[in-house]
Design a binder for this molecule. Sequence first.
Ligand SMILES: Nc1ncnc2c1ncn2[C@@H]1O[C@H](COP(=O)(O)OP(=O)(O)OP(=O)(O)O)[C@@H](O)[C@H]1O
Ligand SMILES: [Mg+2]
Length: 309
Amino acid sequence: MIEVKNLSKSFGAFEAVKGISFTASTGQIFGLLGPNGAGKSTTINCISGLVKATSGSVSINNFNIATQAVKAKQSLGIVPQELALYDDLSAHENLSFWGSAYGLSGKTLENRIQEVLLDVGLESRQKEPVKQFSGGMKRRLNFACAILHKPSALLLDEPTVGVDPQSREHLLQATIKLKEAGTAVIYTTHYMEEAERLCDQLLIMDKGQVIAAGTVEALRQQMGERDLITLKGRYQEGANMQLLEDIGAQVLELSHQEVRILIPEASKCLTKVLESVAKIGKVHQVNIQQANLESLFIKLTGRALRDAA
Ligand SMILES: Nc1ncnc2c1ncn2[C@@H]1O[C@H](COP(=O)(O)OP(=O)(O)OP(=O)(O)O)[C@@H](O)[C@H]1O
Ligand SMILES: [Mg+2]
């Protein structure tokens, strides 16, 4: 279990994390979702003890990371955003190195190395030097190194950024397996589809603050029983949206290329929506979906996750 209470971190006068609290329980994936610069890595680094918090506290399995660091770190695994691998060594040698650092040796270490290689799908490539690996394979090995000692608390900082679909699937499946074995996982991402698929609890961060928290289902409910309609096309920026509001729509976004609205029972009022939007531009493509976390983020901040930095 990982408990974070009123955590703040400033760099000089700049407050990167502004008093956030949450608990990641055993057997759960706890998601930290937010755009670039939201404070996700700073939060992860304070939890792991790499960065000293300005105020607040972090405990891992009831050991305080500042005052009982050795005990707290014993049960912690960390997959940092930046890779921590030796390029000239093989995958197996990298795992041996990390395993020894965790105090594993002999047959126990070798068995664990083979288990984690299987988990991330790299068993057939273990003898190759890491410099021959693709970016996705390196991320999978980075992940394998962090779980060798069977940590009961695991921190994953954007583990799937820039990886191929096959590597992504290996990483997601390995994360789910750890959760099912009882690990408390903190998973940071700015991919809302991943957060929706994986996380039991979610905390949405922006500019160092919590802007929403709860289960995916509870967060969806904050959007009400509404659908999200995205209309791609060419529009006049800053056009009057009154016509859409008159038919019960909430306009989330209007840009040169995209209009996004929330509306109850989208399929029943699509004709009216198209008529209204036709008055401010030309529609090329229409998409209707259940309101999602991206729409919640836009509703709360006025910006889309992808361009919120
Ligand atoms: N060592 C540092 N010194 C000064 N400012 C920092 C430092 N580390 C982070 N920051 C700032 O703190 C803010 C939060 O950064 P952080 O890396 O935690 O964001 P993030 O949510 O992980 O973003 P990303 O999705 O890009 O990884 C940013 O504005 C960043 O520039
Ligand atoms: Mg980061």
